[in-house]
Ligand binder design. Structure first.
Ligand code: C5P
Length: 220
C-alpha cells in the first residue's frame, strides 16, 4: 500500500437516508439509495484510507478490509456515530440525505386510526454536518448540496455557514443527476470559491473525481 494517496488517512462518510420513527411500525424517510456515499467509501478505501462508513437504512452492502461499516437508523444515531469517530478523522464527507424534521413525539404503541385527519407535529433533527463544522480542528470537511434555484449562491452559502472546506453541488435541473439514479452531474466548489463543473458520469466515476479534488487540496 506504499505510495497510495490516502494511506494513513482516516475518512468518515455518511450515506443513505435516515428514518425518523412515528410509532413502532411507521417512519418518515426519503428515497436516497446510499449509492454515492458507498462509492465514495469504496474509492477512498482503494486509495489506501481507513474508512468509517456511517449508513442509514439501505439495501447496499460493502465488504472491504479498509471499510468499517456502521448501520444507523435515525439522524440522532448518525450524529452520535459521526461524533464518536470525528477526533481521529482527516477527511469527512457528508453524503447522507438526513431528515430535516422528525416527529416531536414518538408513540410507544402502534397508533390506531381514528375518524378525521391526523396532524403530526415535527421538530428539527440535528444538522450533523453543521455540528461537525463547529467541532472541526484540522479535518477537511465536505458537504453535498441539492439545489433547485440559485444553485451556486446557495451552495456557497451552505459551505460558509457549515464551515466546510468544499461542497459538491448536484443540480436537479440536470437529467440523470442526484437521487436514486446511477449517474450524477456535479460541480465542486472549494472554500476559496474555486469552481469545477464535471460532465454527467456514473457514480463510481463521480466518486473518483471528488477524491481527486480532495486529494489535491489536502496535499497542497
Ligand atoms: O442544509 P442542507 O441539508 O441542504 O445541507 C446538505 C448537506 O448537509 C449534506 O452534506 C448533508 O449530508 C448534510 N446534512 C447533515 N445533517 C442534516 C442535514 C444535512 O449532515 N440534518
Amino acid at each position: 500500500k506504499q505510495g497510495l494517496p490516502l494511506q494513513n488517512k482516516n475518512v468518515l462518510i455518511t450515506a443513505g437516508p435516515t428514518q425518523e420513527a412515528i410509532d413502532p411500525v411507521r417512519f418518515l424517510g426519503n428515497r436516497s439509495s446510499g449509492t454515492m456515499g458507498f462509492e465514495l467509501a469504496k474509492r477512498a478505501a482503494n486509495l489506501g484510507a481507513k474508512v468509517f462508513l456511517i449508513a442509514g437504512p439501505t439495501n447496499l452492502d460493502i465488504v472491504h478490509e479498509n471499510i468499517q461499516l456502521e448501520r444507523v437508523t435515525s439522524a440522532q444515531e448518525m450524529y452520535d456515530a459521526c461524533h464518536k469517530y470525528f477526533d481521529q478523522i482527516d477527511v469527512a464527507i457528508a453524503a447522507a440525505a438526513v431528515a430535516d424534521y422528525r416527529p416531536k413525539h414518538v408513540a410507544k404503541e402502534k397508533m390506531k386510526k381514528k375518524a378525521g385527519d391526523l396532524t403530526l407535529e415535527l421538530e428539527r433533527s440535528p444538522d450533523i454536518l453543521l455540528s461537525l463544522g463547529k467541532r472541526k480542528q484540522n479535518q477537511f470537511l465536505v458537504g453535498f448540496a441539492l439545489e433547485t434555484e440559485n444553485e451556486l449562491e446557495n451552495a456557497k452559502g451552505k459551505l460558509e455557514r457549515k464551515h466546510l472546506d468544499a461542497i459538491v453541488l448536484n443540480s436537479l435541473k440536470d437529467d440523470g443527476a442526484g437521487f436514486g439514479g446511477a449517474t450524477n452531474k456535479i460541480t465542486f466548489i472549494d472554500k476559496n470559491s474555486q469552481i469545477k463543473t464535471f460532465a454527467l458520469k456514473t457514480k463510481p466515476e463521480v466518486a473518483s473525481d471528488i477524491w481527486e479534488e480532495i486529494i489535491t487540496r489536502i496535499h497542497a
